[in-house]
Design a protein around this ligand. Structure first.
Ligand SMILES: NC(=O)c1ccc[n+]([C@@H]2O[C@H](COP(=O)([O-])OP(=O)(O)OC[C@H]3O[C@@H](n4cnc5c(N)ncnc54)[C@H](OP(=O)(O)O)[C@@H]3O)[C@@H](O)[C@H]2O)c1
Length: 261
């Protein structure tokens, strides 16, 4: 028999950047656990492919919206549409992210800084703000609850050489979530961050093709392999479920043991 809270029937989860990579890994497990799913991403073909795949996995309704999270109006409108379509939002995964880095810190230009900020931090801010508005409203009608999840990175807690802009977005994301966790616990909300290590997705394409990276970095991962999107399925279901009702303000590191080695 399945542990009852892990059956997400009737719950609605929103995953930004859910059309590929880690977001799709989380969405796959959420769909298989019967959640209704809202997927946001810019690429309409990738969105359509994700909906086709995810719709076959469980009993929930799956719908995608073409959204650029770096655009405030686009986020505000899309959140309203998700509410209109599903009538509720139980969990919100701000996962959409980009990684622009690689230059020595003195050469880090303002444009690169802003490119990281606009998606990873501004985008997560607008996504959470709109979700929290709705969840607070819902709590005030006697139906408290909601789970906010930010996909940060171990870059937030390790010295990320040549990657300060990206790392700063992820550190900011964790701080924002802790603030939400404290301010909105009274509305039944919880807010947590997931910190992935080195995961094989499009974002790490160049590193995956590098022998130097393989021998100097991946060989130091105690699990001795790259992480995969499916490694984020279990944590997504847990955080979307009532099993995590008393779990808030945490940073959950999923990195095959890399950060402690
Ligand atoms: N891979 C790793 O090793 C690693 C490690 C630590 C943390 N992370 C974090 O994990 C998250 C997912 O990364 P990933 O590795 O799965 O990357 P990925 O495979 O490149 O996927 C990125 C996802 O974000 C979406 N996205 C990007 N910009 C967007 C925008 N402006 N508006 C809406 N959606 C946008 C993409 O969809 P569209 O292109 O269709 O918009 C895609 O679904 C990111 O926040 C990343 O920082 C990754």
């Amino acid at each position: 028999m399945t542990y009852a809270p892990f059956d997400l029937s009737g719950k609605v989860a929103l995953v930004t950047g859910g059309n590929r990579g880690i977001g799709l890994g989380m969405a796959t497990a959420l769909a298989a656990s019967n959640a209704h799913l809202a997927i946001w991403g810019r690429n309409q073909d990738a969105n359509a492919q994700a909906v086709e795949l995810l719709s076959k996995l469980g009993s929930g309704d799956v719908k995608a919206w073409s959204v650029d999270v770096a655009d405030e109006a686009s986020v505000v409108d899309a959140m309203a549409e998700v509410r209109r379509h599903f009538r509720r939002i139980d969990s919100c995964f701000a996962n959409a992210g980009v990684g622009f880095g690689g230059k020595p810190f003195p050469d880090l230009d303002t444009e690169t800084w802003h490119k990281n900020m606009s998606v990873n931090l501004d985008g997560a801010f607008w996504t959470f703000r709109e979700a929290v508005k709705y969840m607070v409203e819902r709590a005030q009608t006697g139906d408290p609850g909601g789970s906010l999840v930010g996909v940060a990175s171990i870059a937030a807690i390790e010295g990320a050489a040549r990657n300060q802009a990206y790392a700063a977005t992820k550190g900011g994301l964790i701080s924002m979530l802790k603030g939400i966790a404290v301010e909105h616990a009274r509305h039944g909300l919880r807010a947590n961050a997931i910190l992935p290590g080195w995961i094989a997705t499009d974002m790490t394409d160049a590193a995956q093709g590098s022998d130097v990276f393989q021998s100097k970095v991946i060989s130091r991962v105690p699990a001795r392999r790259w992480g995969e999107p499916k490694d984020f399925g279990g944590i997504a279901v847990y955080l979307a479920s009532d099993a995590s009702a008393y779990h808030s303000g945490d940073t959950l590191v999923i990195d095959g043991g890399y950060a402690i080695f």
